[in-house]
Design a protein around this ligand. Structure first.
Ligand code: IPM
Ligand code: MN
Length: 366
C-alpha cells in the first residue's frame, strides 16, 4: 500500500482570540487533507505575550527549532497591550523572531473582496478588488526594531534598504505577477512599486533596484507610486492593482488599508515566505477585548491555512478550503458585523466550513 503523504505543521495559537480562531480553522484543514489523501501532523507550541509573561521570552529555543525544521507553521495573532519590554514596545511579538530569524523575506498579503462580503467602498463588487501586497519582511524601517538609538530627549530609528534584500523580494513579486491573472480592471499583469522616493534616499534606491530586476520581466507592466498617493488610489481605483510591492513599514500600513476595503482584517490571510521555511497567519491582531466570547472571525486564519496548503504543494486541498469559505459566505452562514465580529459565532463558522469541505453537496446548514 502506498504511504500517505505526511506534513509536520507547527501550530502556535497565540494570544487573545488566537486559540479560538485556530480551533475553528483546524477541522476544515484536516478535512481537506483527508479528502486529498494526506495527513497534517500538528505540533502545538506556546508562544507570544502569554508565554513572555510566564517565562520572559516570547518563544523558546526549542519552539524556534521546531518552526525551522517543520514543513510549515500556522500561527495565530500574538501580543497583549499590557505586556511590554522595558523600552515600551510590545513584548510578545514574534515578527522579529520568526521573520528575521528564519529569513522569511516575502510577506504575501492577498487583498480580495469575497462574494458575500460588503466593501465599505460604494459599488465595489466581488472580483473587483483582488490584488496581492508583497511586503519586504526582513529590513526597511523595521530593521530598527529594538535597535533604535535613544537618549531621554531624542530617539533615532534607522531604515536600511539593501540591494540583496530588495532584489529577492522584487523577484518574488514579479514572479507572482508573471504567473497570475493580472489586474481585475484590464487583466494586465502589473507590478506597482510603492515608496517615497521623492523624499528618502533609501526609497529611491529601492525603486532603482526594483527597476533593474523588472527589466527581466517583459510581460509585467511596472509602475511606481508614492505611498501617499497610493493610499488614495487603493480607495479610489483598487481594481487597477495586481501585485503591490512595498518596503516593510509601508507594506504594514497599506495592508491594513487594503484589508478595510475588503470587509476588514478578519478576511485577510498572509504568508511569511523565505527560501527555507514559511509561516502563515491572519493579518489581524489578538483583539483581547473580544477574546473568549465566540465573536472572532476565523476566515483570515482559514485562508491562511489554505495558503499553507498551497505552500505544501497541496493545491486541491487549498482550493477546497477556499471554496468552502466562499460557499459559507455566499449562503450567509458567516455574517460579519461592521465592527468585524461575527454575528454567527466563531465556532459555528469553523464547523460550517469544515462540513462544506467534507461534503459540499450534503451540507444543509444555512
Ligand atoms: C503585522 C503586525 C506586526 C508588524 C506587528 C504585530 C509587529 O502589525 O504583521 O502586520 O508590524 O509586522
Ligand atoms: Mn500590521
Amino acid at each position: 500500500m502506498q504511504q500517505k503523504r505526511r506534513y509536520r505543521v507547527v501550530v502556535i495559537e497565540g494570544d487573545g482570540i488566537g486559540p479560538e480562531v485556530i480551533a475553528a480553522a483546524l477541522p476544515a484543514l484536516h478535512a481537506a487533507a483527508h479528502a486529498a489523501g494526506f495527513v497534517l501532523e500538528l505540533e502545538p507550541q506556546p508562544a507570544g505575550a502569554g508565554l513572555y509573561q510566564w517565562t520572559g521570552t516570547a518563544m523558546s529555543r526549542e519552539t524556534f527549532e521546531l518552526c525551522r525544521t517543520a514543513d510549515a507553521v500556522l500561527k495565530g495573532p500574538v501580543g497583549l497591550p499590557g505586556v511590554r519590554t522595558p523600552d515600551g514596545t510590545e513584548a510578545g511579538l514574534l515578527g522579529g523572531v520568526l521573520r528575521r530569524g528564519l529569513d522569511l523575506y516575502a510577506n504575501l498579503r492577498p487583498i480580495r473582496l469575497l462574494d458575500g462580503v460588503a466593501s465599505p467602498l460604494a459599488g465595489r463588487k466581488p472580483g473587483e478588488i483582488d490584488y496581492a501586497i508583497v511586503r519586504e519582511n526582513t529590513e526597511g524601517l523595521y530593521i530598527a526594531r529594538g535597535l533604535g538609538v535613544a537618549t531621554p530627549d531624542a530617539v533615532a530609528d534607522t531604515m536600511l534598504i539593501t540591494r540583496r534584500g530588495t532584489e529577492r523580494v522584487a523577484r518574488f513579486a514579479l514572479d507572482l505577477a508573471h504567473s497570475g491573472h493580472g489586474a481585475p480592471r484590464d487583466r494586465v499583469k502589473r507590478l506597482t512599486c510603492v515608496d517615497k522616493a521623492n523624499v528618502l534616499r533609501g526609497y529611491a534606491f529601492f525603486r532603482a533596484v526594483v527597476a533593474e530586476v523588472a527589466a527581466e520581466y517583459p510581460d509585467v507592466e511596472v509602475e511606481y507610486r508614492y505611498v501617499d498617493a497610493m493610499a488614495q488610489a487603493l480607495v479610489l481605483e483598487p481594481d487597477r492593482f495586481d501585485v503591490v510591492l512595498c518596503e516593510n513599514f509601508i507594506g504594514d500600513i497599506l495592508s491594513d488599508l487594503g484589508g478595510a476595503t475588503v470587509g476588514g482584517l478578519g478576511f485577510c490571510p498572509s504568508g511569511n515566505i523565505g527560501e527555507h521555511g514559511a509561516y502563515f497567519e491572519p493579518i489581524h491582531g489578538s483583539a483581547p477585548d473580544i477574546a473568549g466570547r465566540d465573536l472572532a472571525n476565523p476566515v483570515a486564519t482559514l485562508l491562511s491555512g489554505a495558503m499553507l496548503l498551497d505552500h505544501l504543494g497541496e493545491f486541491d486541498a487549498a482550493a477546497s478550503v477556499r471554496a468552502a469559505v466562499s460557499e459559507a459566505l455566499r449562503r450567509g452562514v458567516i455574517t460579519s458585523r461592521p465592527d468585524g465580529t461575527l454575528a454567527s459565532g466563531c465556532r459555528a463558522a469553523g464547523e460550517a466550513i469544515a462540513a462544506l469541505v467534507t461534503a459540499p453537496e450534503r451540507y444543509t446548514g444555512s
